[in-house]
Design a protein around this ligand. Sequence first.
Ligand SMILES: [Zn+2]
Length: 280
Amino acid sequence: MDVDDRGGEEAAEYEVKKMEIKIRKLEGDEMEFVLSGANPAFANALRRTALREVPVMAIDEVEFKVNDSAMYDEVLAHRLALVPLRTLLKGYNLPGECGCREGRCPKCSVSLTLKREGPVTALSGDLKSTDEEVVPVSGSVPIIKLEKGQHLELTAIARLGFGKEHAKWQSGVVAYKYMPVFELDEKACDSCGACVNACPVKIIELAGKKPKISDIMLCTICKACAEVCPPKAIRIGSDPTKFIFHIESAGGMPPEQIILKAMGVLEDKLNEFSKQVKKL
Ligand SMILES: [Zn+2]
């Protein structure tokens, strides 16, 4: 990605950097990457778009045929809605954009049925889906405990939706922090080692008698090292052009897809914005 489109005399006043992403960790539902050459506004736009505007599947409507359980229909429907479902990246229409208008056709919805009789604990894994790829991420989420003789029979309709409408449609958790910066005044430092003991995440070591950081990304910017330093030789700051992002998917889609999709949404919005501006 390139941010160099300011042009003219103004551009000369800025040091225009290329945006870069370096993946630090990508394991299962978790991802960590460093975004550099950006600014807080862009980092926050990316975070908010990933949280609010990446569509995922969730149960949106429940029809109860029988509910003898101790819970009201509404409470059970709410519990079902919060069960994360796997989301196909392509293949379903958003209910508002589907030709059927009702949001109930196979192009924009998936039906999941559940039928259990107590004594048993009904689990998310008991939901039988009409699409074998849109199923609960985990089969072991308890929905309701049924006592002897209690029946539960229902049909749930899952649809695509956005986190900005309801938390059940949030694709995961996306957060970032500024890149920490550790500065040492080597002349003032007397190698007392107080900072080594004060650091709660233990990333300072005395290498060649002067404090060195083993992994700056683990720094929480608590400034404990700077506070205990007798000659005040340490300064802790943060770089407002570098961000450490952490993404944890709810399981509906891989974390890298959440970010890619969020970038696509941002790009579409900016294209639309520039189209509107050109019309002025
Ligand atoms: Zn439809």
